[in-house]
Design a protein around this ligand. Structure first.
Ligand SMILES: Cc1ncc(COP(=O)(O)O)c(C=O)c1O
Length: 399
C-alpha cells in the first residue's frame, strides 16, 4: 500500500525523435554562448506570411478565441478547398476538408479512422519516423518497405505487388522526409490505382507540396477520393509552431473523423485557424522562400560531394539532403553527436528515419540561412578531413 505507482504502458515506449534531442543539445549549446549551425531542424527559418501575422493580431484584438467546430472554421475549410482549385484544378468541397492540429494531428485521426489494431500498414524505409511510431503505439503492424536510390527511395507498384500479404494501408510521402525524393504524377496515379484495386487505404502525406525543384507535384485526390490526403501549414506556409494542418477525408471516414476530432482536441488552435485563412494570400512571399531553399540546395548538392559526401539522395523537394556517411561510421547517432560537440554543426542522425540502415546516413536540412549553411559546410569539410575512414564502405548506394 502507498508505494509509488511504477507501471508504464508498453505502447508508450516508442523510440524518441532523435533529431529533436539533437535540437535540444544544440539550443543548450547556443544558450551557453557557443557557436551552433542548425542543419538539423526540419522547419523554415522564416515566420508565417505577413497576411497571416496581421490577421492574428486583428483576431487577438477583436475575438474571444474560443472553441470552434472540431472540423475547423468554415472560412478556413473554404480557403483550403480554394487552394486545391488554385494549385491542382481539383474541386474539393468544404465538407471534405478537416482542419487538424498540425498534420501530426491529422495522421492520428486518419490512422484511427482507417485502421484497427492488428492491421498492417506499409511505409517506405527510410521515412518520417512518426508514421511508424504512432501506428505502432496504436497497435497496427508496420511493414517497412526498404526503398533505395534505384526507386528514388519511394515504393513502387512492383514492390507493393510483391508483398507477402495485402496490407490495410500504405503511407506515401512525396516529397519525402528525409530524402526529399518524389514520385511522378504518373507513378502516384499507378500507386493510387493499385491501392484502390487491392482495397488498400492510401494515406498521402503532401506536407512538402510547394517546396519542389523541378518535379511536378500531384495530389492523390486527382486519381482517387478513397485516399486520405494529409497536409499542413507547417512547411510551405512556414507556420510550424501554429500547429495547423488539414486532411482531405473520404466520405465514409468523415463521421469517424468527426467523432474522434471532438474527443481528442475539441478543435484545432483557434487563433491559428483564423490567421491561416489568409495564408493563401501569401503565395508570392512563400515562393520567395522556396527560391532561397533552392539556392541552399544547390550549394549543398555542389559542395558536399567535394568534401567527401558523394552519395546523396536526389533532393527533388522538401529541404533535406540525405547523405551516406558510411565512409566514416555505421553509428551516425554517436558520430553526429561528436560532430555537434566538436564543431557546433547539428545534423539529424539517419537512425530516426531508418532503424536498419540509418546508422550509415545523416540528414542535413537546408531550410535555414544560406550564409550559416555555407559556414557549416566549411567547418564540416575541415572536420571530415580529420576523421578516420572505415575499412569497408556500405556497398549498395548509388547516386
Ligand atoms: C513528412 C512529414 N510529415 C509530417 C510532419 C509533421 O508536421 P506538422 O505536424 O508540423 O504538420 C513532418 C514534420 O517534419 C514531416 O516531415
Amino acid at each position: 500500500m502507498g508505494g509509488r505507482l511504477v507501471r508504464v504502458s508498453d505502447r508508450g515506449q516508442v523510440p524518441p525523435f532523435y533529431a529533436m534531442r539533437v535540437f535540444d543539445v544544440a539550443l543548450a549549446r547556443r544558450a551557453a554562448g557557443r557557436p551552433v549551425y542548425l542543419l538539423n531542424a526540419g522547419q523554415p527559418g522564416t515566420p508565417a506570411p505577413a497576411a497571416v501575422r496581421a490577421a492574428a493580431h486583428r483576431a487577438l484584438d477583436t475575438d474571444r478565441i474560443g472553441y470552434t467546430s472540431q472540423l475547423g472554421i468554415p472560412e478556413l475549410r473554404d480557403a483550403i478547398a480554394g487552394h486545391y482549385r488554385h494549385w491542382y484544378g481539383l474541386d474539393v468541397g468544404r465538407s471534405e476538408v478537416v482542419a487538424t492540429t498540425g498534420s501530426s494531428g491529422g495522421f492520428l485521426l486518419a490512422f484511427l479512422a482507417a485502421f484497427d489494431p492488428g492491421d498492417t500498414v506499409v511505409l517506405a524505409r527510410p521515412g518520417y519516423p512518426a508514421y511508424r511510431n504512432v501506428l505502432t503505439a496504436l497497435g497496427c503492424r508496420v511493414i517497412e518497405l526498404p526503398c533505395g536510390p534505384e526507386t528514388r527511395f519511394q515504393p513502387t507498384v512492383a514492390a507493393l505487388s510483391a508483398l507477402p500479404e495485402r496490407p490495410a494501408g500504405l503511407v506515401l510521402a512525396s516529397p519525402a522526409n528525409p530524402t526529399g525524393t518524389m514520385v511522378t504524377p504518373g507513378e502516384l496515379a499507378e500507386i493510387t490505382a493499385w491501392c484502390d484495386a487491392n482495397g488498400v487505404r492510401l494515406v498521402s502525406d503532401e506536407i512538402y507540396h510547394g517546396i519542389t525543384y523541378g518535379g511536378e507535384k500531384s495530389c492523390a485526390w486527382a486519381t482517387s477520393r478513397d485516399a486520405i490526403v494529409v497536409n499542413s501549414f507547417s512547411k510551405y506556409f512556414s507556420m510550424t509552431g501554429w500547429r495547423l494542418g488539414w486532411v482531405l477525408c473520404p466520405a465514409e471516414l468523415l463521421d469517424s473523423v468527426d467523432r474522434l476530432a471532438s474527443n481528442f482536441a475539441l478543435c484545432p488552435p483557434t487563433l491559428a485557424q483564423q490567421a491561416a485563412v489568409h495564408a493563401f494570400e501569401g503565395y508570392a512571399e512563400l515562393d520567395a522562400n522556396v527560391a532561397r531553399y533552392r539556392e541552399n540546395r544547390d550549394l549543398l548538392l555542389g559542395r558536399l560531394p567535394e568534401i567527401g559526401l558523394d552519395r546523396l539522395a536526389p533532393a527533388d523537394g522538401a529541404f533535406y539532403v540525405y547523405a551516406d556517411v558510411s565512409r566514416w561510421t555505421s553509428d551516425s547517432l554517436a558520430w553526429s553527436g561528436r560532430l555537434l560537440d566538436e564543431t557546433g554543426v547539428a545534423v539529424a542522425p539517419g537512425i530516426d528515419f531508418d532503424p536498419v540502415d540509418g546508422g550509415k546516413f545523416i540528414r542535413l536540412s537546408f531550410a535555414g540561412d544560406g550564409a550559416e549553411i555555407a559556414t557549416a559546410v566549411d567547418i564540416l569539410a575541415a572536420w571530415l578531413a580529420e576523421q578516420p575512414e572505415q575499412p569497408e564502405r556500405f556497398a549498395t548506394f548509388h547516386r
